[in-house]
Write a protein that binds this ligand. Structure first.
Ligand SMILES: Cc1cc2nc3c(=O)[nH]c(=O)nc-3n(C[C@H](O)[C@H](O)[C@H](O)COP(=O)(O)OP(=O)(O)OC[C@H]3O[C@@H](n4cnc5c(N)ncnc54)[C@H](O)[C@@H]3O)c2cc1C
Length: 457
């Protein structure tokens, strides 16, 4: 169905100028394609009229994909995460498990998706890419696909995603697992005195608190498009919980931050002084977001009305609950893999080629990313493995690093399906007997509280 030109005239279209679409468009242009990027918003609106799609924390493997495309990883500009501090409260909010996992040989950065898309779009335009502002419909997509050798759809979770069938084997939930609330704030630094009660790294570690009966709460350093180095809060509320009622009430950045401060007063007082010191970013009315993500895996291939084949990309392919920070990472890795494969391919970008790229992406990253997301969602299917992993992390720093390392490279978890497999992995990482390690675990009892006082005071 698609026309095949000589390599020098190969034409590609990318639909959607979120960070995944722009990254793919830039990469294809750099690989010698003539590229048209379609967006329902102009560049100014993409940056200023919408919230960031998500926190978009990413780690080493994703940064390597960006480097391979000749793109900035923001590791020199964004506040760096060097680890993750985890605290888990069980039934009746009993303080059970605490550990601090260091990132071993990589760093994390959370960059405003609007900033990244905007800067990559500028680079794309400067290099001669064509940018068309129009909402693409299923009808207009038909014409676009007919005129291009390769058409990729990166319109996010909604947009044109219905063109791609849901993969019912890989889609395990029929509803969102959490309600989400996020807000980006200023007023807090990143030195060792910030969140010092959590780890010696202080403000260089992000913080994750899990409440078995309510949900999860995360704070981490963030690069905001206007305010620069800031902090982001991201909360997950279980259906029917008190946290869900609280999150539902947010209707502005101010109200979101007030809800978060009340949440910390009532539930997570160990981190309260730092949270109390934060302020909203007044120059950005879109610095907050609430909602829910239904985790879905779609097909990598869709067809337009007259049968042209198009590929899915980013959130259009796979929507992850953000609990393990896999969505942005997955889309960027998928984009880089597609660009690299397209650059060296001298045949048609037909159904067989797109199918091969998609199944190799699922095997190389996405299947593992989905499984790790289920682990961090406390999916009952992984309850025993999760209990063993988190308790062992509280006892052994090497295993704590390996556990938080699954956010960077989820692949080791793909083959772990039983407590025996989990034990073998623990033994492989630590060189110790997993049963002996687990026997050393004792519940935390009471977590250390913050004694932070803002510098001014
Ligand atoms: C609260 C939250 C926190 C998150 N945290 C993390 C994290 O820490 N780490 C991580 O890796 N991931 C995280 N994610 C996921 C991550 O943010 C997303 O996976 C990623 O930003 C998706 O980018 P995208 O470009 O695929 O989609 P989008 O950002 O949704 O971009 C799609 C673009 O297509 C445009 N569009 C839509 N329809 C059309 C149309 N018909 N025609 C033309 N244009 C169209 C839209 O306007 C938009 O600009 C999080 C997500 C959420 C919700």
């Amino acid at each position: 169905m698609t026309t095949q030109n000589t390599p020098s005239t190969r034409k590609a279209a990318v639909i959607g100028a979120g960070q995944t679409g722009v990254t793919a468009a830039f990469g294809l242009l750099d690989a010698g394609f003539e590229v048209t990027l379609y967006s329902d918003r102009d560049q100014r609106s993409l940056r200023n009229d919408v919230p960031a799609t998500g926190t978009a924390l990413e780690f080493g493997e994703t940064q390597q994909a960006e480097v391979a495309l000749g793109l900035d990883t923001y590791t020199a500009r964004a506040p760096r995460h060097s680890g993750l501090s985890v605290r888990i409260a069980g039934e009746a909010n009993a303080e059970l498990i605490g550990f601090d996992g260091n990132f071993d040989g990589y760093v994390g950065v959370a960059v405003d998706t609007r900033l990244k898309a905007d800067e990559r779009l500028t680079a794309f335009l400067e290099r001669g890419g064509k940018f068309v502002v129009e909402p693409v419909t299923p009808e207009s997509l038909d014409g676009i696909a007919a005129a291009n050798d390769l058409t990729l759809v990166a319109t996010g979770r909604a947009g044109l995603s219905d063109l791609f069938a849901i993969d019912t084997d890989r889609t395990v939930y029929d509803a969102p697992q959490r309600k989400l609330l996020t807000v980006t704030v200023k007023g807090l630094g990143f030195d060792e005195g910030v969140f010092a009660h959590r780890s010696p790294a202080g403000g260089a570690h992000s913080l994750f608190s899990i409440f078995a009966e309510q949900g999860e709460a995360w704070w981490g350093p963030y690069l905001h498009k206007d305010a620069g180095p800031t902090w982001a809060f991201l909360g997950w509320a279980r259906p029917g919980s008190d946290w869900e009622t609280r999150f539902d009430a947010a209707d502005s950045a101010e109200s979101a931050l007030n809800i978060v401060k009340d949440l910390y007063r009532d539930y997570i007082d160990w981190d309260l002084p730092e949270v109390e010191a934060t302020e909203v970013i007044t120059e950005d009315p879109h610095s907050w977001l609430k909602g829910a993500v239904k985790p879905v895996v779609r097909a990598g291939i869709g067809h337009t009305a007259s049968g042209h084949v198009v590929g899915s990309l980013g959130d259009t392919s796979v929507a992850y609950d953000p609990i393990a920070g896999q969505g942005a990472q997955s889309g960027l890795i998928q984009a880089q893999r597609l660009v690299a494969a397209a650059a060296v391919h001298d045949g048609a970008f037909d159904e067989a080629w797109l199918a091969e790229q998609y199944s190799s992406f699922l095997a190389a990253r996405s299947d593992a990313a989905n499984k790790v997301t289920r682990l961090f969602l406390s999916d009952p299917a992984f309850a025993d493995i999760g209990g063993q992993f988190f308790a062992t992390a509280a006892v052994d720093p090497k295993f704590a690093a390996a556990l938080v390392g699954l956010l960077h490279r989820p692949q080791p978890f793909l083959g772990i399906n039983s407590v025996e497999d989990a034990g073998a992995y623990i033994a492989q990482v630590t060189g110790q007997d997993p049963a002996e390690l687990l026997a050393r675990f004792t519940p935390a009892g009471r977590f250390e509280r913050s004694t932070f006082a803002p510098a001014l005071v």
